[in-house]
Design a protein around this ligand. Sequence first.
Ligand code: ADP
Length: 339
Amino acid sequence: MAEIILKNISKKFKEEEVVKNLNVTIRDGSFTVLVGPSGCGKSTTLRMIAGLEQQSSGDIWIGDECVNDLPPGKRNIAMVFQNYALYPTMTVKGNIEFGLKNKKVPKKEREKLIREISEIVGLTDYLDKKPNKLSGGQRQRVALARAMVKKPKVFILDEPLSNLDAKLRSQMRSELIQLHKKLGTTFVYVTHDQVEAMSMGDEIAILNKGTIQQMGSPMNVYHEPNNIFTAEFIGTPAMNIFEYNKVKDHLSNLSRKVKFVGFRPEHALLALTEKEKDAGYLKLASEIITMETLGAETIYTVKNEAGVMHIKSFIPPFENAKELLVSIPYEKLYFFDQE
Ligand code: ADP
């Protein structure tokens, strides 16, 4: 087990700086997710931790050791990637055993480890099968088992579920969470999918253009986004954000400088007409553009003086309605002073 510290880490490819002065502490035993849009520098960061890529400047610490000059094999890290990289001609057992044989672990010990680990990941009945006879989820488990036999200090997982279909992905998410609990080892997980990040991580680092936007628990980044990027990135549909000037007449004077106002689609209330004149809400008379029902929930797209916005509601589509009153409790509004 180990804490990982990235200290002033930057990475340049030729002239382009793709990771910019990262300062991150990944807690020992945490499930930390690096999340952000494609190309923001997630994989490069992971690869630097693993030693597959050399940082242009800064230090990386794993446990109490500065690993800047350590090759990947000496960092005591296990990696799992989306394409599994299994040996096709070997059985499941052969795949898991390969690294152990290389390390000259005695046969008896190898057998014991394989038994233990295949039980944890549910592969006991598949040890004699070749990878092409396995489902995507089972292959992913072999890749995990192969990483686990090394008893690493840190697991690094780069989009490991992106080749699986939606149902299996959701099942594997839950299996990975359980596996992390069982092992208690530090997991560093990369994904572009904020839902995956929110559901799996106990710590989330949101990256954009090579810089950390915010780091915190899922609840922290959802409830207290500290900038517009995080606010829009976390949550589905994305937070509605509009210019303060367009609604300021409806809001009592704010003491701070505000340029933008936001609210989450799930926090607005909908009604056909104004029922009561209660204070405490930003009320926007809106035109309905579309109502898409997902069964339990309906996504309303509406237009009003602030712009086009999305509302998520358990209220089923209003029949024949063209207009709605959208009310957002003041305490559910977010204020931003810059883009
Ligand atoms: P992410 O994992 O967030 O999608 P990456 O870390 O893979 O992003 O890439 C970040 C940026 O660095 C991208 O613009 C990518 O094109 C660039 N990049 C990654 N690897 C290399 C490389 N070996 N040579 C040059 N540019 C690279």
